[in-house]
Write a new protein. Structure first.
Length: 250
């Protein structure tokens, strides 16, 4: 690895950490960078996942004000995302990494549009009873499976599920998303560290950047108006869907 590669990895980590905590699309930055540095898709995917563990750590530290009073909720939901993340990682280890290549762009694009329109759609606005909904809990688990398997814009999908589940501000929901997606990612990363082709030389600098970006991101979220934050996240998700779609369908 050259000095230039090191600077690229650190910068990609910082931008990816910001993208993860603010817009839920870390992969739009870090995954393409790893591919550009010569890693094959599977190795880039698992190397990115292992490095992303520190984004979760940074985002939890940076989101402490938004997480006040939500500890029990985060613990409950973390059980679902831990199980889902482990399941998705196990599937990746035994199945082709490109299985979702065709449907992932549609999934991400659809989730981004739904996030944008969610306040206007009857039945998608959270109520006091929504947090106990089995279907919504199943949705959290399903997104965590996807996060452990592939993960591109899993945060967008998780945010839309949580937005229909929790009667909280978008900033507080985003903080919960960061915390519980970090758990899913951590479980998947543990399996990948043992069984997958992680490119360890790239992990320290990328992970350091993720930590910095993950810690800084929540500070930006606090300063963004709710509508602007929702539009920004949706736009970033749509951009990633288009990028992945061009790669998958050409």
């Amino acid at each position: 690895m050259t000095l230039a590669d090191g600077f690229i990895l650190l910068a990609a980590g910082i931008l990816g950490g910001l993208a993860s905590t603010v817009a839920s699309v870390a992969s739009v930055v870090s995954y393409p960078v790893l591919l550009a540095l010569g890693l094959p898709p599977l190795s880039a995917n698992v190397t990115n996942t292992v490095s992303l563990v520190l984004t979760g750590v940074g985002s939890v530290l940076g989101s402490r004000p938004e997480l006040v009073g939500q500890r029990a909720r985060v613990v409950r939901l973390s059980v679902l995302t831990a199980l889902g993340g482990g399941t998705g990682a196990a599937i990746l280890l035994v199945a082709p990494a490109d299985t979702f290549a065709v449907v992932v762009p549609i999934l991400i694009g659809g989730a981004s549009v739904m996030l944008l329109l969610q306040p206007r759609i009857r039945g998608m606005v959270a109520t006091p009873d929504s947090e106990d909904s089995r279907s919504r809990k199943l949705g959290v688990f399903a997104v965590a499976v996807y996060a452990g398997y592939f993960g591109a814009a899993a945060g967008v999908l998780l945010l839309i599920v949580l937005s229909t589940m929790l009667t909280e501000s978008l900033a507080r929901i985003n903080a919960v998303k960061n915390a519980i997606s970090g758990v899913a990612n951590g479980v998947a990363a543990s399996l990948f560290a043992v069984f997958a082709p992680v490119h360890w030389a790239y992990v320290p600098l990328l992970a350091a950047g993720f930590l910095i970006g993950g810690f800084t991101g929540p500070r930006l979220v606090r300063r963004l108006p709710v509508r602007a934050l929702r539009i920004f996240i949706a736009a970033a998700g749509i951009a990633l869907a288009v990028k992945l779609g061009l790669s998958a369908y050409r």
